[in-house]
Write a protein that binds this ligand. Structure first.
Ligand code: GDP
Ligand code: IMO
Ligand code: MG
Length: 438
């Protein structure tokens, strides 16, 4: 019997509604791992990494690719728009990042076609005021096709005969639906040719990533799982239906990459010092306009992908405790602490109130969540700059108190603090779990 090696296999997940700063955190950790792997979502994600005066926004390609010589995997659980992927590869090339031989795309991943984007937009229009506020990238419709077992996968793209046959079958079905629902067939002229052409740009990346990663782990190499979106956007556990169409929580990494759950050795949860949300849906701690405006300005809270202004709110500990439970968070990263540097007072939601009762657990339905009142504690601000601080002990006392308050309430260590968008503006306290993974 072979002995299974417990090599480092750590997930980084968003603990809120996405955009927590996962890109920055993954970039920081990636230098200590052999592989970085995306397990869910598609180019609805936008992960920003800033160093040496350059700003990179990665959508589907794992942020770890920016670390020289490190390997990156786009797993079976993702949905891939090959045209967008080629665009992203070109951008990296322009920035002098060479991915040859170190970026691997799963042959099992499902493809996004232009009709998925059309369906995404049409469904949003049909929802009217109840629209989800999707990124219009075709993510939901592509996952729908996967679950309905009519999806077309990367392995199909590489075989002309097979792609032609599958596309014909799917298009006949889609056109019937589109004509009935929207009164016109889909725009599909030249689609097959376009996809056959684009296939040649990605053919060299395609492998069985499930084998690659499992062998890597067998050989003692380490893997960082890069979560996309966030806990509250998870299809099963988030604020349904105002969610994305995949599992953003750490559990998604297992089916999303074909790695047994027993192989995961740790989980990092990323949270901002406050909360943001893009798109619709209930947001209990949403700030009043004036505060939101200030935080949006200081935090530059505009979507990395769509440029949409992000809704801003106070930190919600009910959300963080829920995220800790769902993903098994061992270590929390608090980003954007600097955005509160000029804040005189900080509010933190410690529980909810619903019809006079105190709620400490997340309600399952958005109807209830829309009616709850947050219970706040008010903490003093520090009104001193934090960027440039290298040690937690050198942070202003109220800032340390704020971090300790979060850590006590969530019952989790704070293994990293971010005080600016740059790679350098990062504090990693020694002696904690997160530091042991570096
Ligand atoms: P992700 O989707 O979780 O990777 O996060 P995004 O990249 O979409 O959004 C996070 C934004 O905050 C990006 O513009 C980052 O450059 C920026 N950011 C990350 N950490 C910090 C920080 O500590 N302070 C400030 N001011 N900005 C940060
Ligand atoms: P990262 O990885 C923030 C949101 C959309 C919308 C909902 C459904 O950068 O944190 P979709 O296009 O996925 O069907 O949209 O999910 N959303 C995100 N919000 N960060 C993201 O990714 C997101 N990906 C999707 O705004 O509300
Ligand atoms: Mg983002």
């Amino acid at each position: 019997m072979t002995q299974k090696i417990r090599t480092k296999a750590v997930a980084v997940v968003g603990a809120q509604w996405g955009d927590e700063g996962k890109g920055k955190v993954v970039d920081y950790l990636a230098s200590s791992f052999d592989y970085t792997a995306r397990y869910a979502g598609g180019h609805n994600a936008g992960h920003t990494v800033i160093f040496n005066g350059h700003r990179y926004v990665l959508q589907l390609i794992p942020s770890g690719i920016l670390r020289e010589g490190k390997k990156a995997v786009i797993g079976p659980g993702t949905v891939v728009d090959p045209v967008a992927l080629v665009g992203e590869l070109e951008n990296l090339k322009k920035s002098g990042i060479d991915v040859r031989g170190r970026l691997f795309l799963s042959n099992r991943a499902h493809l996004i076609f232009p009709y998925h984007r059309e369906m995404d937009k049409a469904a949003e229009t049909a929802r009217g005021s109840a629209k989800i506020g999707t990124t219009s990238r075709g993510i939901g419709p592509a996952y729908e096709d996967k679950m309905a077992r009519r999806g077309i996968r990367v392995c199909d793209l590489l075989d002309e005969g097979r792609l032609r046959e599958k596309l014909q079958r799917v298009l006949a079905e889609k056109n019937a639906i589109s004509s009935a629902a929207y009164g016109h067939p889909l725009e599909t002229e030249g689609l097959l040719e376009q996809y056959l052409e684009i296939a040649e740009h990605i053919r060299d990346l395609v492998v069985d990533t499930t084998i690659v990663l499992n062998k890597a782990l067998d050989n003692g190499e380490s893997v960082l799982f890069e979560g996309a979106q966030g806990t509250m956007l998870d299809i099963d556990h988030g604020t349904y239906p105002y969610v994305t169409s995949s599992n953003a929580t750490s559990g998604g990494a297992s089916p999303g990459l074909g790695i047994a759950p027993t192989r995961m050795t740790g989980v990092v949860g990323v949270t901002k010092a406050y909360t943001t949300r893009v798109g619709s849906g209930p947001f209990p701690t949403e700030m009043v306009d004036l505060d939101a405006h200030e935080v949006r300005k200081r935090g530059n809270e505009f979507g990395a992908v769509t440029g949409r202004p992000r809704r801003c709110g106070w930190l919600d500990l009910v959300v963080l405790r829920y995220a800790k439970m769902l993903s098994g968070i061992d270590s929390l990263v608090v980003t954007k602490l600097d955005v509160f540097d000029a804040q005189p007072e900080i509010q933190v939601c410690t529980a909810y109130r619903y019809k006079g009762r105190r709620l400490t657990e997340m309600p399952p339905d958005v109807e209830t969540l829309a009616q709850i009142e947050p219970e706040y504690e008010t903490l003093p601000g520090w009104q001193k700059p934090t960027p440039g601080v290298r040690e937690v002990k050198d942070l202003p006392t109220p800032a340390r108190d704020y971090l300790n308050f979060i850590s006590d309430e969530v019952q989790t260590e704070i293994g990293m603090v971010s005080t600016g968008p740059d790679r350098e503006a990062t504090i990693v306290p020694r002696g904690l779990t997160l530091a042991s993974w570096l």
